[in-house]
Design a protein around this ligand. Structure first.
Ligand SMILES: [Fe+2]
Length: 135
């Protein structure tokens, strides 16, 4: 999505969050260590479908002014899904007294929320207007 974005600001936001996502994975590994479990890969159909939506947008709007607005909307769907999941995990960790996990999950949750806010600001400060202007 970063490669597909036309706006430099949107591309930078995607790239920044991609770097953060590597940290999210590292934090999850620490969470698993605290609960004495080992991480296993499990396919999540919901997130795969949301990502597929992003690919659909890239195909449908390639070269069109609405591309960035569509990419941004797809990215926010991903962030909202992550916010839901990390929020639940943080609550469960707190209820089970995994204090380190709560801190780790809270840090990630804060970054997901910040990314969502940044995307909203970008949408409102130009990306959506760019799409509307050409409609
Ligand atoms: Fe995210």
């Amino acid at each position: 999505m970063a490669k597909a974005a036309q706006s430099g600001e949107l591309r930078a936001a995607f790239q920044k969050h991609e770097r953060e996502t590597h940290e999210h994975v590292a934090r999850l590994e620490k969470v698993f260590a605290e609960i004495d479990e080992s991480p296993r890969g499990k396919t999540c159909e919901a997130i795969l479908r949301i990502i597929e939506e992003g690919h659909d947008v890239m195909k449908e709007f390639k070269g069109k002014p609405a591309l960035d607005a569509g990419l941004l909307a797809a990215a926010q769907a991903v962030e909202h899904y992550e916010i839901a999941r990390y929020g639940t995990l943080k609550t469960w960790a707190a209820e089970l007294n995994f204090d380190q996990a709560v801190k780790l999950l809270d840090t990630t949750l804060a970054e997901e929320k910040k990314t969502d806010e940044t995307l909203t600001e970008l949408a409102q400060s130009g990306v959506n207007q760019h799409a509307e202007a050409a409609a």
